[in-house]
Design a protein around this ligand. Structure first.
Ligand SMILES: Cc1ncc(COP(=O)(O)O)c(C=O)c1O
Length: 385
């Protein structure tokens, strides 16, 4: 039996066939594997962006190895706090309410805040001098995102001259200063990091400010259908190579990253149930207002496979229709499955662990999930090496 076939039986073995909900399957060893890859990379600290997947299981597993989290809101801190002891946070949303800043600082000991405008720095400056002395203010700079499937440069990131002013102003407040950027999510080209780091170095030199952290953000890609093969090491090499040539203003600086998609995407699969078949349209129990959002709105083609095999059926292309009444709720690409697809058959959609569950809405009262965690022990007991 091939390992793929064995894994199918392993997944089916964990699914209650009377359960009509879509099932999120987390593959524990894949998450561990990605964590190990990043831990062996060139970074002094890895901050996991909670926005990629805030499932308590994911937060707990990640927190065991890296209890450092990139958060965009107090709610994200509150999601981590009960499940990860002594978690440390970098509050990376460039716009925060002064009240959020205060709560983050006082209740959750947050000492790392991202800014990209003078307005935001002014909010931090309301803290007293003793508190400011404990802060690292990370100035988010604008860098090219052209190589990314999801550019993230549309609204945040200070232009060069503004970044220089912000670095000087943050330093004048008595804070440590850092520089952060994001090359855009699912960025296929390692040289994007090279270019962005080069810009960060030049901005620090123009400002003449010693930098305590360079945060290269996220953007590391994962394999969706149609993508070139992805070699995470080539990204690490590009970053290491550039880091070795950093200017002296960075000589005591730490190198941080914030991988979201790359850490968690491959750890999650979604098992869909076929609720009805109409010709080549399969009506399934999750859709684009659920975990399949990125398949519709961001051009992601998720790898899919049938979890049934009755033998002899040719392959055919099907349209997957989601469970809501909105006719926009269908994937914009066809999925190749055995032609005998029938009601109650299951389809596995892979690499859905990032930005799936977190983007699911309650539209039409749908999109609630059963969660299954495939641990190494469970996989081993099903006979997978
Ligand atoms: C500040 C910040 N860091 C990290 C990430 C994670 O990016 P990715 O999932 O591409 O690794 C994001 C995503 O939006 C972000 O906004």
């Amino acid at each position: 039996m091939t390992s793929t076939a064995t894994q199918v039986s392993t997944i089916l073995g964990q699914i209650d066939r009377t359960d009509k909900q879509p099932v999120l399957v987390y593959h524990s060893e894949r998450l561990q594997c990605k964590l190990s890859e990043f831990l062996a990379g060139p970074f002094d600290q890895i901050f996991y962006p909670v926005k990629a997947n805030n499932d308590p299981y994911v937060l707990r597993e990640i927190g065991r190895k890296i209890p450092t989290f990139d958060v965009a809101s107090l709610s994200e801190i509150e999601a981590v706090h009960p499940v990860v002891e002594n978690a440390q946070y970098c509050f990376s949303h460039p716009i925060k309410d002064p009240f959020e800043i205060l709560i983050a600082y006082e209740q959750y000991d947050v000492r790392d805040f991202v800014v990209d405008t003078a307005q935001e720095l002014e909010k931090l400056s309301r803290l007293d001098a003793d508190r400011l002395a404990l802060l690292t203010v990370h100035v988010r700079i604008s860098v090219p995102n052209a190589q990314a499937l999801y550019p993230l440069d549309g609204k945040f990131g200070a232009a060069d001259a503004d970044a220089v002013q912000l670095l000087r102003a943050a330093s004048a407040l008595g804070c440590s200063v850092g520089i952060s950027f994001h090359v855009g999510s699912q960025n296929m080209n390692p040289t994007s990091f090279h270019t962005a780091m080069d810009l960060a170095f030049r901005i620090a030199e123009w400002a003449g400010i010693t930098v305590s952290v360079l945060n290269v953000g996220g953007g590391f890609p994962v394999p969706y259908v149609g993508d070139d093969e992805i070699d995470l090491l080539s990204f690490f090499f590009a970053i290491t190579e550039q880091w070795q040539h950093r200017p002296s203003l960075f000589s005591n600086s730490e190198l941080w990253c914030e991988p979201g998609r790359s850490l968690v995407a491959e750890a999650g699969s979604l098992v869909l149930r076929i609720e009805q078949r109409r010709g080549n349209m399969l009506y399934v129990n999750d859709g684009v207002y659920g975990c399949l959002h990125d398949g519709k709105f961001h051009g992601v083609v998720f790898p899919c496979r049938a979890l049934w095999s009755r033998g002899g059926a040719a392959k055919e292309y099907f349209v997957l229709q989601g469970p809501t009444c909105d006719s926009a709720d269908c994937l914009p690409y066809r999925v190749c499955l055995p032609s005998d697809a029938s009601v109650d058959d299951r389809i596995e959609v892979r690499n859905i662990g990032a930005y799936g569950q977190v983007l699911a809405t309650g539209f039409n009262g749908k999109h609630t999930y059963t969660r299954v965690v495939l641990t190494e022990a469970k996989v081993a007991s099903e006979g997978v090496a």
